[in-house]
Design a protein around this ligand. Structure first.
Ligand code: COA
Length: 275
């Protein structure tokens, strides 16, 4: 299924949805229309049901040049309510993407500045072409990274690197982004699709409920102490068991009992249980 919105293209093929930012002539800068379209794209993907992985990428030579500096900032600035409402639509999909039930993968195909770094950082996983340029360029026009971009830097880059790029506005490459941990892998541009597909293929074989809860458990447990994390794990494990009809016991561990797979090296066959 292909859904063409004004500035965003959504393709849903079974368990995989691909969102392509589609304003290549403006380097996929996110204008108010794109923010509205991104909310609509997430609505469509949720409504389709059964999507396990969402890939976010850009059409043309950019992932995204970040917020549209004219349409989101310059033009509405004089009208505080308009400015507030315009940017609320953006902040809404950033928050939604971060908490999205499916696994999100940024496929960074080109320039990623400001909001482009933010989206890369918000996604669960990220793959980049090694030569792409990232930048927290806000300091270059006199502000600090906002709207979640400082959060993305703080949570995806080591402290000295985060502060260096926040304070200087220098660019860094996809290869450096891999070194810092902002992306899982940086590959030659011609391998970007195949590398992303390889990761997506691994994910779609897993139980979607387990993927969703694994994300929740990770995010919760990063921000808590061990006793609270253990209690949360226990509660979520019971929730998982009930939501999946005990698939891990009844299917996965039964297969292990027959020695038909080694969980350290591969995943169980979901077969009829697959959803
Ligand atoms: N907001 C609004 N318009 C933008 C934009 C942004 N963030 N980024 C690029 N554009 C526009 C350019 O103004 C230009 O518009 P025009 O054709 O009407 O003149 C068009 O996109 C193409 O950009 P251009 O600068 O000509 O391309 P380039 O390949 O030479 O450079 C960038 C690409 C990304 C390096 C450069 O456009 C840039 O620095 N953009 C701003 C990045 C930024 O600071 N983002 C942070 C936002 S939070």
């Amino acid at each position: 299924m292909v859904i063409k919105l004004e500035t965003v293209l959504v393709e849903i093929e079974g368990p995989v949805a691909t969102i392509s930012l589609d304003r290549p002539e403006k380097k996929n800068a996110m204008n108010p229309q794109m923010h509205a379209d991104m909310n609509a794209a997430l609505d469509e993907i949720e409504a389709a049901g059964g999507v396990k992985v969402v890939v976010v990428t850009g059409n043309g030579d950019s992932f995204s040049a970040g917020m549209d500096l004219e349409e989101c900032f310059l033009r509405p600035y004089e009208d505080p309510m308009l400015f507030y409402r315009t940017n609320l639509v953006a902040l809404r999909w950033f928050k939604r993407l971060k908490a999205f039930p499916a696994v999100t993968v940024a496929k960074v195909n080109g320039f990623a500045f400001g909001g482009g770094v933010l989206v890369t950082g918000i996604c669960d996983l990220a793959v980049a072409s090694e030569g792409v340029l990232f930048g927290l360029s806000e300091i270059n026009f006199g502000i600090f990274p906002a709207g979640g971009a400082s959060w993305a830097a703080a949570n995806n880059l080591p402290r000295k690197q985060a502060l260096y790029y926040i304070l200087t506005g220098d660019t860094f490459t996809g290869a450096q982004a891999q070194e810092f941990g902002l992306v899982n892998r940086a590959v030659p541009a011609e391998e970007l699709d195949a590398e992303t597909d390889r990761i997506v293929a691994k994910l779609v074989r897993k139980n979607p409920v387990t993927l969703e809860l694994a994300k929740q458990v990770y995010e919760h447990n990063r921000a808590t102490d061990l006793p609270a994390a253990i209690d949360y794990d226990q509660a979520k494990l019971w929730e998982l068991s009930r939501l999946t009809g005990n698939e891990w016991i009844n299917v996965a561990l039964k297969q292990f009992e027959k020695r038909s797979f080694q969980p350290g090296l591969s995943t169980y066959r979901r077969g009829d249980a697959a959803s």
